[in-house]
Ligand binder design. Sequence first.
Ligand code: HEM
Ligand code: NAG
Length: 504
Amino acid sequence: MALNELISTATGAGNHFLILASICPIIFLLHNWFKLRHIPGPFLAKFTNIPRLSWVWSRRAHDVHIALHKQHGDLVRMGPNMVSVGDPLEIDKIYKLREPLNKSDFYHVILPMSKGKVLPGLFATQDEGIHRMLKKPIASTYSMTNLVSFEPFVDETIEVFFGQLDRRFVEGGRACDFGTWLQYFAFDVVGELTFSSRLGFLEGGRDIDNIMLDIWNWFEYVAVVGMMPWLDYLWVKNPIISRLRPAGYSPMVSFALKRQQERLEPLYIEKEVNNKDFLSRFIAAMEKDPSIPQWALLAWTSSNILAGSDTTAIFLRTIFKNLLQNPQTLERLRAELREASQTTGLSMPVTWKESQSLPYLDACVKEAGRIHPPFGLHLERVVPLGGMNVCGEYLREGTSVGMNAWVVHRNRAVFGEDADEWRPERWLGPEEQRKKMEASLLTFGGGHRTCLGKHISLLEIYKLVPSLLQEYDLEPLSLDKTWRIENRWFVPQFGLNVKLKKAN
Ligand code: HEM
Ligand SMILES: *[C@@H]1O[C@H](CO)[C@@H](O)[C@H](O)[C@H]1NC(C)=O
């Protein structure tokens, strides 16, 4: 009797368990769907982030995001809890300066682990307290007024760059894998600015210690896994598993640590007293405020390299690719440079000040940032307590909301019917139109967490492009075919092959 009862309750519980086990996922899926049922989007994306992850995995996420917005309008549901916003008019609401929205868990994936602990960084931290602590002491270093003091570092790298181009490609007449060389330049210039020490890519003509590859692989991981951040908690950020992994530093961090240690030696002699690099300014900031923790120094130097090298490289490639593909725009830019050198004169390398009175160059730079923004995924934020209205629809608190610059920059209402095309001339129209377009750019993000290195990268770009065109004639070899655009997080291009001749 007792046994019978026991068996029957056991099977009963088993049945209940079976029923529960089959209902739970259904409730879970329905709950997922219900939260944002009023926002249109692909069917599967209402239930799971798998489609979103697969778009990034396929390296075509930017195309998929653009196509989905064409199909569904300004709001697209791209995951159970994620809404993509396409209307540039909502930029100021999502990327506010005051009471900003929190960064989503996508950013948590970016942070590295060290000895079982997450190492915070300026770019990725979700914690406003840490962000303030990291940003406040050094923000003025990146300001526009401070810019010219960094100019000698860029000049030096440009000279090394041109020396290598002369020796390797002009004299030998060999084809130059120009996209890769622009990347060497962008990495070395950041090393020079940060440590007064190039990473050595230009002189070596190769990726030293696989630093570039290493950073690239990490971006690829972040982009894909960032679509489902819990995967990262399970593996990389897992406090137990991460302790078992050998505690090694990436080649880039080792380089940064070495430079830091050299600098802190008592016998170190500064190269130029007037032109301090980032490292010496960071050290000065730490000395001024002893409450700043020691790890901040590494967080600052490595964020320069991580946030500032591939991005600038992609930007430079975009400019040259489009100039070469559209010879009439290249000719117009050359004409502007000819005229400037005949009237006011142009230095070699072109100075920042000179570069600021070249309106067509300015138009080309803006157009490049518009048509091919280096950051190719959403800048994700979290809807705050109480929810918010976006494009006339209510989004409840906790929803992940973000804009992809690739989508926003192709908005027809702002940029015109030819928004898919390279046309720098669009930036030379009436002031009012230009202002409207400028306010719709997300190339460097916006609001409270906008790019800190924007002026630095523009310094590099506005100097290198005219200097290079003054010095060289570029003849594209493999036009179109080998230029593919790929996207994980940053959007690389490959195969920009050119023949270089000295300009006369
Ligand atoms: C063309 C080059 C660059 C592009 C397109 C770019 C793009 C961006 C974007 C889109 C953000 C905002 C990300 C977000 O909202 O989540 C950002 C943030 C940031 N960038 Fe850049 N960046 C560039 C160059 C640089 C350089 C050269 C540096 C440093 C020397 C730098 C340092 C930073 C830092 C520190 C942040 C975080 C700021 C904060 O959260 O307060 N960037 N960048
Ligand atoms: C941002 O996140 C913190 C916790 O990290 C939370 O206390 C705060 O309320 C959040 N702010 C908003 C506006 O959601």
